[in-house]
Design a protein around this ligand. Structure first.
Ligand code: TXA
Ligand code: MG
Length: 371
């Protein structure tokens, strides 16, 4: 009976929109409702425990849970991570389940300091130490040949392992209390990465026992990934440590990301997508798209830099801030707050230089399937 009513009202709404020449509004509303259902279904399916959000006083408890084979979300300077004991294959497997992540996408192993590196990687080249001394702890992940002690579920069967030394004090305190932690970003698979404890809670409540709350992430996008197993060290994912910064230490190549078998398996998946429609365009085109979408009855919001918004005049907007670092820090939280209220995000296309090159790498992934 309820299903019949639903089908009937959908048809009625469709004909109503068609009569008013607003078919796009109909599609947008359906898309939004479907996404809400998808989110609600994901949140309820398998979500059966209490999730606590705790500050520093919970670090000891977090270490205990990890040793016990459970999952804990924790802050890093880039984005929040969803951690498990890297040496416990069952615990690591449960990360894939909690996130709904494909099991062929390997995880990064997090360490407190360089001395631990030899427990997770072999044949470490001297360059790794030079890079560590210059950029770590910090937002850089190194791909190295894997130590046999690392279970293959961590590296999704690859012979290499991604290693990172986060600088966030809470991550460091946790890593000093327990061994290596395998952790992807603590979002539901395909959603935007989380930069606050509340973002993690929105995606993973009921699926994990504890989220350590270390405030907003300073960097705001995931670490730069540098593959040291290639002849020329190769950037697989750009981040806050830019190509120019790495080039001060070594010769460095950039992976195009367009090959069929991606070097960073995560490249082949859609990442970072907000749960509403989104388009990206240069500032000059924003007013026309904004006007058109309003005419179609869509609730649209412009996400852009402060200087761009000032030049635009009246429109609903979320500012990314002025400086490049601010823009990087604010991108994900802007996308997450926009998806709650709007049908359409109109994202400013940024100049692809320095830090904004990395921001654009993520921005393109969040809009690519809507264009
Ligand atoms: O900043 C970050 O890196 C965050 C924080 C939590 O550390 N982590 C993160 O993890 O972004 P995740 O799982 O969302 O992204 C890891 C990426 C994936 O694209 C994966 O394919 C790639 O790293 N990756 C991991 N191990 C790899 C390996 N051995 N070879 C190539 N790519 C690898
Ligand atoms: Mg991720």
């Amino acid at each position: 009976m309820q299903a019949l009513l639903l089908v009937e009202s959908t048809f009625l709404f469709y004909f109503f929109c068609r009569k008013r020449g607003e078919k796009n509004q109909f599609y947008a509303k359906c898309w939004k409702i479907l996404n809400k259902w998808r989110g609600a279904w994901y949140n309820s399916d398998g979500a059966n425990m209490e999730t606590i959000i705790g500050k520093e006083e919970y670090i000891e408890e977090a270490a205990r849970l990890l040793r016990d084979g459970q999952l804990v979300a924790f802050p890093t300077e880039t984005v929040y991570g969803l951690g498990a004991d890297a040496l416990n294959p069952e615990a690591v497997s449960s990360i894939y389940v909690a996130k709904g992540r494909p099991s062929d996408n390997p995880l990064i192993v997090h360490l407190a300091d360089y001395a631990q590196l030899h427990e997770v990687a072999v044949d470490v080249p001297p360059l790794a130490k030079a890079l560590y001394d210059r950029f770590c702890p910090g937002p850089l992940t190194l791909i190295l040949p894997k130590h046999p002690s690392i279970p293959s579920v961590v590296s999704a069967g690859l012979a290499t392992v991604g290693v990172r030394f986060p600088s966030h004090p809470m991550a460091r305190a946790l890593l000093q209390k327990c061994g290596p932690i395998a952790a992807p970003s603590a979002n539901a698979s395909k959603h935007v990465s989380p930069t606050t404890a509340a973002h993690v809670y929105d995606d993973l409540q009921g699926r994990i026992p504890l989220i350590l709350d270390g405030g907003s992430c300073e960097v705001g996008i995931e670490s730069t990934i540098l593959d040291l197993t290639q002849e020329i060290p190769t950037i697989l994912r750009p981040g806050a440590i830019t190509k120019e910064m790495l080039a001060e230490i070594c010769l460095v190549a950039t992976h195009s990301g367009e090959v069929k078998v991606a070097l960073a398996p995560g490249m082949k998946y859609i990442h970072y997508s907000p749960r509403c429609d989104s388009v990206m365009c240069p500032p000059s085109k924003i007013p026309a798209i904004w006007k058109e979408s309003r005419e179609k009855g869509l609730a649209a919001v412009v996400i852009a830099r402060e200087q761009t918004l000032q030049a635009l005049g009246e429109c609903e907007s979320i500012s990314l801030g002025k400086e490049d670092g601010e823009v990087m820090r604010n991108l994900y939280s802007a996308l997450r707050s926009a998806e709650r209220e709007y049908d359409l995000i109109i994202l400013e296309e940024l100049p692809e230089e320095g830090l904004l090159y990395s921001v654009m790498n993520r921005a393109k992934k969040s809009v690519q399937h809507h264009e």
